[in-house]
Ligand binder design. Structure first.
Ligand SMILES: NC(=O)c1ccc[n+]([C@@H]2O[C@H](COP(=O)([O-])OP(=O)(O)OC[C@H]3O[C@@H](n4cnc5c(N)ncnc54)[C@H](OP(=O)(O)O)[C@@H]3O)[C@@H](O)[C@H]2O)c1
Length: 295
């Protein structure tokens, strides 16, 4: 979040929220204050989603492993009039996540929206990586999402709410050197599409979010999940969408129960190419080098 500090771009929304002039224009919002639970809420897209939901009058519980970072996000949202609580939780630990969900349900009295967002990226050539690197990637990005789904389903069944799964443009295409991350994102896209039909009878909608490059810490986190706050983002700035802008688009899609949202123009182009011109994408991928990361 260093280059996209909370509150800079959304201050006007928060001012509105503070004055009670909320834009309650979705059916879910008209039923009352939307109750939102977000994993990976201490940074990047998760923190910005928390901010964007709170700006619309939702009550938000954020979870992540680092209490200090969660508290910084909480204070930034509260300063601007939003309702937010934070709960420590690790999506790779069954008990930790179950306890976080229980606490969120206690604080909110139920859940209308659950965002399975926590994630990071393991990169490198397959021949250079150990199986353990793939396991670590899947434990957070795939099993962490599954844990979130299983722990929150009872509450979502009760509210006939929305389950949001954070995919990526890497759910559709990949480049040499990005296999573990792309494998994990292909997997959660499959999970979202399977769950869509399974949960429809309970009135639960599944929203798949498919971001391209969005400003966050993800490209400053190494293969072991350790953040290097001073590392530069290797992606050129003009390709990266501010997290607040991406989050506002995402929140609108979630509240409208849209099946999928691809965010950023280049992300939409990439997904279109993957769907319609896969041979061309393979041709390009052969020529691309793997992105660098702060190992
Ligand atoms: N930014 C992009 O360009 C982009 C593009 C496509 C998809 N995405 C996806 O967006 C999601 C959010 O990433 P981001 O870009 O916002 O990165 P980020 O700034 O690094 O945020 C990642 C969040 O996940 C949390 N997290 C990581 N491991 C966790 C664990 N085991 N348990 C609980 N929380 C955990 C982190 O908090 P703690 O370290 O405090 O636990 C942090 O809050 C990821 O799923 C990512 O794959 C991002």
């Amino acid at each position: 979040m260093e280059n996209e500090p909370l509150g800079i771009t959304a201050s006007s929304c928060f001012a509105l929220a503070g004055n009670g002039c909320l834009r309650n224009n979705s059916p879910m919002e008209r039923r009352g204050r939307v109750r939102v639970f977000i994993t990976g809420g201490s940074s990047g897209i998760g923190a910005a989603l928390g901010q964007a939901f709170a700006a619309r009058g939702a009550r938000v519980v954020l979870t992540a492993r680092h209490r200090g970072r969660l508290e910084e996000v909480r204070e930034a949202i509260r300063r601007q009039g939003g309702w937010v609580e934070v709960v420590e939780g690790d999506v790779t630990q069954d008990n930790s996540l179950v306890a976080a969900v229980r606490e969120a349900c206690r604080l909110l009295g139920g859940l209308d929206v659950v965002v399975a967002n926590a994630g990071f990226g393991v990169v490198g050539k397959v021949e250079d990586l150990a199986l353990e690197d793939f396991r670590r990637q899947f434990e957070t990005n795939v099993f962490g999402v599954l844990r979130t789904v299983k722990a929150t389903l009872p509450a979502l069944r009760e509210s006939r709410g929305v389950l949001v799964i954070m995919g990526s443009v890497s759910s559709y295409l990949t480049v040499p050197g990005a296999a573990p991350y792309a494998m994990s994102k292909f997997a959660v896209r499959a999970l979202a599409e399977s769950l869509r039909g399974e949960l429809a009878p309970y009135g639960i909608s599944v929203v798949l979010l498919t971001p391209g490059f969005v400003a966050s810490n993800i490209r400053r986190v190494d293969n072991r999940g350790v953040l290097h706050p001073d590392a530069p983002d290797p992606v050129p700035g003009w390709l990266v969408m501010p997290a607040e802008r991406a989050a506002r688009k995402m929140v609108r899609a979630i509240l409208r129960r849209k099946a999928e949202l691809v965010v950023t123009c280049h992300g939409q182009l990439a997904v279109w190419l993957a769907r319609h011109l896969p041979h061309f994408v393979r041709f390009l991928a052969m020529r691309l080098r793997a992105r660098s990361s702060p190992q």
